[in-house]
Design a protein around this ligand. Structure first.
Ligand SMILES: Cc1cc2nc3c(=O)[nH]c(=O)nc-3n(C[C@H](O)[C@H](O)[C@H](O)COP(=O)(O)O)c2cc1C
Ligand SMILES: Nc1ncnc2c1ncn2[C@@H]1O[C@H](COP(=O)(O)OP(=O)(O)OP(=O)(O)O)[C@@H](O)[C@H]1O
Length: 319
């Protein structure tokens, strides 16, 4: 899959494609349905498929402090789009210039002059352009004028409700991992490099891999049953994600993973951590002894949960 950053990096060979536009945060089952249609249309028309995304996402541009926490950082999103068979991603920086484009200007600059789109696939509720005035009817009219077809994919629902990134975030916040997994079509995962921590974990009888989050906010907080894959082998564990109120920190979110009965060195490696069940909220403990006892109880709960389940049967992460 090819990544093109910004309209100015489009070249003549990028013209002529089937496309879709959106945030695609989480690449959930609604997104997957659109991407499946995109693949089909691309094959029928013998053209490459292109997904147009924005960075930052529009809500992050309008309210960096109030925008919801991301399900996927750009890197994860790109990996998931590649796995869905997308040929090309056009990543536009959402900046003051882009936000001021009217729907008609967006169609002209991005879809017609930039990409020469021959077919556009969108969700039935899709809206875009300054003040979100561009909708499906608008796109169809523009398509008739400019010579591209537009198709609205039917809404994908689960239990009578639309699948959306917002709903995945709510499921995670409520600790409903079965629902999050249904909505995403895979367990919720966070990937990152293992960094050196404060080395306190050893004193707590729970050495932890400190997974770099590279983001200010995360869509979940607490203590969880997790799994990861080390050297191709699924590995169960328990993890804390949060600000670690019991130890002096900088207030930023951390992901600390303790793998059950693991003795190797993980520093510098990239781990993908899948979340399966919430054990408890993160707490502020008055002493390291109290924290140590709580972590021992978490580890015992994880052991009881995974006992009897062969590691190979774990619903592990995808890499
Ligand atoms: C299973 C588990 C549960 C944890 N629960 C909490 C908690 O409730 N409150 C807290 O402040 N820190 C909690 N922690 C985080 C520890 O404070 C952290 O792992 C420890 O400070 C080690 O950090 P280090 O890797 O930087 O040395 C938990 C860690 C694990 C592995
Ligand atoms: N459940 C769904 N069924 C069909 N299409 C969907 C569904 N969810 C999103 N889409 C479509 O996928 C494209 C990208 O959607 P986008 O990520 O912008 O919205 P979303 O998933 O609904 O997120 P949010 O909850 O943040 O609004 C759009 O065309 C959108 O209409």
């Amino acid at each position: 899959m090819q990544l093109v950053r910004g309209l100015h990096n489009l070249r003549p060979q990028h013209r002529g494609c089937v496309a879709t536009i959106g945030n695609f945060d989480g690449v959930h089952r609604g997104h997957q349905a659109i991407l499946a249609r995109l693949r089909e249309r691309a094959a029928e028309l013998a053209l490459p498929s292109c997904v147009v995304i924005f960075e930052p996402q529009p809500r992050e541009f309008f309210g960096p402090e109030t925008a919801p926490a991301r399900l996927t950082r750009l890197r994860d999103k790109l990996a998931l789009l590649a796995a869905e068979g997308v040929d090309r991603v056009l990543c536009l920086s959402f900046n003051p210039h882009l936000r001021e484009l009217s729907a008609a200007e967006f169609v002209r600059a991005v879809l017609v002059e930039g990409l020469d789109v021959r077919h556009l696939e969108v969700g039935d509720d899709f809206r875009f352009g300054c003040d979100r005035v561009g909708d499906f009817a608008f796109l169809q009219q523009a398509g008739e004028r400019e010579g591209f077809s537009v198709e609205a994919a039917a809404t994908v629902e689960l239990d009578g409700l639309r699948v959306s990134s917002t709903r995945v975030r709510k499921a995670l916040a409520a600790g409903d991992f079965a629902l999050a997994e249904h909505l995403l079509g895979r367990p919720f995962q966070i990937a990152g490099r293992v960094l050196h921590g404060q080395k306190l974990g050893r004193q707590l009888d729970a050495p932890t891999a400190n997974v770099q989050l590279k983001r200010k906010r995360v869509p979940l907080s607490g203590v969880y049953l997790v799994s990861t894959v080390v050297d191709g082998q699924p590995w169960p564990g328990v993890a804390n994600i949060g600000v670690r109120p019991s130890v002096a920190g900088d207030g930023s979110a951390h992901l600390e993973v303790h793998l059950l009965d693991f003795a190797g060195d993980l520093y510098g490696r990239r781990l993908t951590v899948a979340f399966h069940h919430k054990l408890r909220e993160e707490q502020r403990f008055a002493s390291l002894e109290a924290l140590k006892a709580a972590i021992a109880a978490d580890i015992a709960a994880a052991r009881a949960h995974w006992q009897g389940q062969p590691h190979t049967l774990l619903a592990g992460p995808t890499d």
